[in-house]
Design a binder for this molecule. Structure first.
Ligand code: GCB
Length: 595
């Protein structure tokens, strides 16, 4: 959720800002291909456990001098790297969840006819952004990007930029107070200045037309004095050039016959695509594919596909903390490829843009979700608004990525009237944003339908295209071998994906197949789950829990968990456990039999 300071009088009063605070803008697409100045690097920080900074006016970025009482001094305060969470950078902040004030300065030379935006890839969870002592805007939601226009507020020469990042858990936030992952706080993704022409290409959508793989269709959105401008969409390799006029709102739609080579995991072809007009020009690499369902099947480019998947958190291999770089993502997605995957479930929140772009290039289908997880404030309108905001920004950032096939609403939420209505509305909202992809959710409520038979009857199933099932047979319930004879159905006649199963194992701990926490137990559990998958040919895919061990405050078992969830097929140090090879063998066989 993005808010412009100018719209929030109360905040302005608190901050002492004036009416000059800038309006917020809509999300600017494809930031890395714009004229950007990175503001990554070392920022000064003040840790603020007692929430003193607002009253103490840290946003003014003053220095103690003369007789004025100033009880802070960024210049002499410690530093943190941006991007980067605070928990993994300083031992004393390992489990810190409150507020931290970040500060840096930058030099700027104004250019006539240009606009300037301040862009954040993500700040977890709440951010208030101040430029030269004035509140520029605020944002809520820890995994989606946001930008604020600062054309009027930026100074010639030196500027002070202060961000208050607040990772306090709250029952009405998304996620709420309880998660099985450590919710790293801070300025966790890139920060940049984006300079644009007066009127610029704010966003565009270039995909195959829904239901017609012989056409490329979409739209271009300008920002600025934009009426009746000419914009051109070009895909040189297939000779496509479409020139259209924008309407009074700066929007132009287009549709053109085209038969690009289709993108798939086996052949992840991307086309250089150029959107130009009104004095601006943006280049992208876009893949074209279709995704649809037919009864219980998922069809990629019109053909049934079995999703050989794995779930993963956005945690950095080896060094720990939030992942954000191409290197981190290359390692994680490389492991998924090594496993034989064609599909990755990005749990439980939007991962950084680099991951999605890499998946486009590497040929991995993606499930992307927002963190509506377990118990949420379903009756709170602000929570609903926040969910729409996170969905809108996730979709806006990634709607040109061929890899993304599923938008997922939620994970393991309990059916009840308020929850059902919330998710039904959110599903309709998501389809309005993008009707070319499928809507899903991970569910864990079912009914017994006879001996060893389960039917997924969650009413949410009505609003989805694909039904995700999280089940932990052999870990939280029953014995691993109970899975062998288990069958799955639903009354909805829609594709079923086993979106989670698994069990913990400590890398290097060996023992009997019946001893929990050993690699043998986990490998045995996977064997039985794979028997279940083989016996249920109606299941359209799977994404076991999960690729790599990750930090969780709910996992204290000393000597084994030590505050890590150990259900990874690899440890957080990259050691492959026995179950890795069990799943790899299965996926290689499946891939061979699909050819
Ligand atoms: C689940 C959750 C996931 C947990 C996992 C576990 O069902 O969706 O977030 O981490 O189980 O390990 O218990």
């Amino acid at each position: 959720m993005r808010k412009a300071a100018a719209k929030f009088g109360i905040l302005l009063l608190i901050a002492g800002a004036t009416a000059a605070a800038a309006e917020s803008s809509n999300l600017i697409a494809n930031v890395s291909r714009r004229s950007v100045t990175s503001l990554n690097g070392t920022w000064h920080v003040i840790v603020d456990p007692y929430e003193n900074g607002l009253g103490g006016r840290y946003f003014e970025d003053k220095k103690p001098a003369g007789d004025e009482l100033v009880e802070y001094d960024f210049e002499h305060s410690p530093t943190l790297n941006v991007p980067g969470d605070w928990n993994s950078q300083r031992e004393d902040l390992l489990f810190y969840e409150g507020r931290v004030w970040y500060e840096r300065t930058f030099e700027h030379a104004k250019h006539a006819g240009k606009r300037l935006f301040l862009y954040f890839g993500a700040v977890n969870y709440r951010a208030r952004v101040y430029l030269n002592g004035r509140l520029i805007g605020e944002h809520e939601g820890g995994f989606t990007p946001f930008n604020f226009e600062i054309t009027a507020a930026v100074a010639e020469g030196r500027n002070s930029l202060v961000v208050e990042a607040d990772a306090t858990r709250r029952a009405d936030a998304i996620p709420a107070s309880n998660t099985d992952w450590w919710n790293y706080g801070g300025v966790t993704r890139d920060v940049a200045l984006i300079e644009t022409p007066d009127t610029f290409i704010q966003d565009y959508f270039v995909q195959l037309a829904k239901g017609n793989p012989g056409e490329v269709a979409g739209w271009v959105q300008l920002d600025g004095a934009a009426a009746a401008r000419t914009v051109t969409v070009e895909i040189p390799e297939i000779g496509l050039t479409q020139t259209v006029q924008t309407d009074a709102g700066g929007r132009a739609e287009f549709r053109a016959p085209a038969t690009p080579r289709l993108w798939s995991p086996e052949s992840p072809k991307l086309y250089r695509t150029i959107v130009a007009g009104a004095g601006d020009r943006v280049e992208d690499e876009i893949g074209f594919r279709t995704i649809a369902v037919r009864g219980g099947e998922i069809l990629l480019n019109g053909k049934p596909v079995f999703l050989r998947g794995i779930s993963m958190h956005e945690e950095a291999p080896f060094r720990g903390g939030r992942a954000f770089s191409f290197d981190d993502d290359g390692t994680l997605l490389g492991w998924a490829k090594e496993l034989g995957c064609n599909f990755v479930r990005l749990a439980h929140y939007p991962h950084n843009e680099n991951a999605i772009r890499l998946a486009d290039r590497m040929g991995l289908l993606l499930w992307s979700e927002i963190p509506l997880y377990w118990d949420m404030a379903w009756e709170n309108p602000a929570t609903y608004e926040g969910a729409e905001g996170q969905m809108r920004d996730m979709v806006a950032r990634d709607h040109n990525r061929a890899s993304v096939i599923f938008w997922s609403l939620s994970n393991e939420t309990t059916p009840a009237p308020a929850r059902n209505a919330f998710l039904k509305n959110l599903s309709a909202f998501t389809r309005q944003l993008d009707d070319t992809r499928l809507v899903t959710s991970a569910m864990n409520k079912w009914e017994d339908a006879g001996r060893n038979a389960r039917t997924l009857s969650d009413p949410l199933g009505e609003s989805l295209d694909v039904l995700g099932i999280n089940e932990y047979v052999g870990w939280y319930s029953g014995k691993p071998e109970d899975a062998d004879t288990l069958s799955w159905t639903s009354p909805y006649g829609k594709p079923l994906v086993i979106s989670e199963f698994g069990g913990d194992a400590q890398a290097g701990l060996h023992g009997s197949i019946t001893s929990r926490w050993t690699e043998e137990y986990q490998a045995g559990l996977f064997q039985h789950q794979l028997t279940m998958i083989r016996n249920n040919p109606q299941i359209a895919g799977m994404s076991p829990w999960l690729l790599m061990d990750f930090r969780s405050p709910r996992r204290p078992l000393a000597g084994i968990q030590d505050y890590y969830n150990r259900k990874g097929l690899l440890s957080d140090r990259g050691q492959r456990k026995a179950a890795f090879y069990v799943l790899q063998k299965f996926y290689h066989e499946r891939a061979a039999s699909q050819k």
